[in-house]
Each structure stands twice: as structure tokens, then as C-alpha cells.
Ligand binder design. Sequence first.
Ligand SMILES: [Zn+2]
Ligand SMILES: [Zn+2]
Length: 405
Amino acid sequence: MGLRQRQEAPQETDADVDGQLNQEEDTECKTKECQRHGGHKESHECCRRFLGSPTWKCITLSVVGFTPAFGVVVAVPEMLGGWGLQPWTFSWLMNYCFAAWLATQFLYNFMACQWTDAGNCKTIKPTQEVTGQFQMGGEESGLDLLYAPNWCAKCSHWKPPRSHHCSTCNRCVLRMDHHCPFTGNCIGARNHGHFILFYFFAVVGLTYSLVLSVGAAYSTDHISKWHDLIIPKFKEHNDLLKQHFMTGLIGVAISIMIEVATKKGIAVLVQLVATTLAFIPVLGTGFPACQMAWGNVTTMERMFPMKEYVQLKDKVYCPLGPGFYRHSGQENLKTIMGPRWWMRLLLPLPGQVDMDHMLMPPPSGEGIAALKERIQQVQTDGVKQEVKNCQELGFDPGPRSDQTV
Ligand SMILES: [Zn+2]
Ligand SMILES: [Zn+2]
């Protein structure tokens, strides 16, 4: 039948065997309910497929794209009018072009992130095809090591370093960061640059939109109108609060919104509300995403640390910590953005990442030093712990090509 026998279990390991190592790296549902009820699991499967489908991508694009699209087409001319700028004057044009550029950069990078292949692993062959092992970087520092073989039974191929199986996309993704529900796509080696860029332009664009809309709402002539507008409203609604148990702040907010809509136009109000609402998810999710990119740690490595192993010697494996690839923040961002990073900041351009770098990520100086220390330790003191098989460590050593029966 051509069944393939699994590789023999290693007798010794240098890896710590703890609970984390047995966690699933992909997002398979492991709840008891799902395991008990096949139908429930099927509905989860269905949801997962939908969250990666073109329909979902179009839905999220129309929601996320509303603020920049509405802003440029409708609200920006209104808001610039609110600031007292005459149409087609130099300063009006400069502001309008800046807003249009921010919106274009944001929308381009968001859509590119949605539709770019995050990193297909299917055709990537391991350095050692017999054992399925990939070469580790850092040869110039004297390390000549291989990663532990990591087989994906679902895709039937060896996983390159830092790759993971995504159950939403149903395939392995090279240098997988995470599956992003907002874009409906995985974030991996090929689209991580677009992902960082759309967050960057979202923050800059929303800040600009907030300044324009708040300014247009209150400061047609003088900034002191802030005071004249808000203080009487508070007084008025404090009275209402006593009489009708109304929440003063909500009352103030509603009456200010009505005033903005009637005096400055509905477009200014819509833009103000949309910008404020958009800021919440952008700051909430964008800040940790940029922080991890700066430190060259993927979300998967942060969530499931010590899941990747390097082979120190035959059947002896050492787990790699989440800071193993951390270089300077600038260098880390350049790796994600590719050599044309500065042009991508100016123009909507596709990313060109160095795939050799992605397949053989160079370890940091600290990572190399720690690994050398561990090799020395194994040579002098032996291994720390032993396990029965690689599955206990959280990876599948895969089929052995020389044992086909
Ligand atoms: Zn896979
Ligand atoms: Zn995915």
C-alpha cells in the first residue's frame, strides 16, 4: 500500500518537556464539545473557511475602507471648508492631496495584505531531503546546525523554519505571524510588510482625519468656541440628569453631535464618528503587532514559545526561544519590508522580500552565544531530560523516505 513508517523516536533530548510543548500551533478547535459532537466541529470548520473566503475579504474591505474612502470623496472638502480654506487654493490642494495619498497608501496596503499569498511552503525543499531538515543560519559564526525535522501531516511536506499550519487557510505558511480576521488572510513572509504599512498609514491617516474633523466641528473662527459650546451643554444636561435620570455625558455627546450635523454638515459628523470608532481597533491591535515586528518575534512564537527545535547532535534537540532572531529594530523592519522599504513608504508598491533570508533566518548574536553555551553544556554535562518520542516535544519528525514498505 506504500505506507511509510515514522522515524524512530530520539532517545535523548535537551528540550524541556512541559505543558507548552504539547499545545497545538495551529488554530484547530480542541474543545471537548467539538470532539464529542462531530456536527459542531463541522460548523467550526465552516466558520473557519468563511473567514478566509473572498466574500469575507470583500465585507471587511467595505467596512475598513469606509473611513478613508468617505473621507476623501465627501468629508475632506467639507472639513477643509470648516477650517476656512477656499477650494482650489494652494493650502486646500496641499491638504486634499495629503489626505488622498494617505487613503491610497492605506487602502493599497490593506488590499495587498488581503490578496497576496502569505507564503506557500509546498514547493520549498529541505536542505537535507532524506531527513527533511533545514539548515540553520549563522554559519559565519561557526554554527553548522540543522533544525529538527518538522513534518506537516495535513499538507504532507516538511515545514521550513518559523512556518506553521493555518487551519483557516488549510495550509502551511512560511514565517507565519498569525491569521488575521480583519484581512481574511494569513500574515506571513510575503505580506507582513503590507500588514505593517497599513497599520502605519491607518494611524497617520486617522490622526489627520481626527484633527481635521474636530477642528472643522468647533473652530470655524476661533478655538474659544470649544469652551462656549461644551460648558453650557454640561450645565443644561446636569439639570436634565437631576430631573430625568439621564446620563449627563451621553446627553452632552448627543447634543454636540446634533449641533455639528446641523451647523457643519452631516459629512463632518460621520467622519468624526467613523474616525473615533476606527481608532479603537487600530490602536488595540496595531500597537502589539508593530512591537512584535520591531523585535522580529512572530505572534505564533509569542503565543507558543519554545516550539521550534534545532538539532545539537544525533537525537538531541534544543528549543529556540522567542528572541532567537531579534536583531536591531531597524534591521528587523527592513527584513519584513524588503530592500525597497523607503519607496514603499512613499508609493503604493508590492513588497520584494529576500526569500533566502526567510528560509534561513540569521540568529541574533545573543541567540548564537546561548546556543554555543548549550552545545558546550551538552558535551560536558549531558542532556537535561529524555522523552520517548518527538511528539512529546510538540513536533512530528515525519516519514522516513528509506523505510517505505
Ligand atoms: Zn500544513
Ligand atoms: Zn491563515
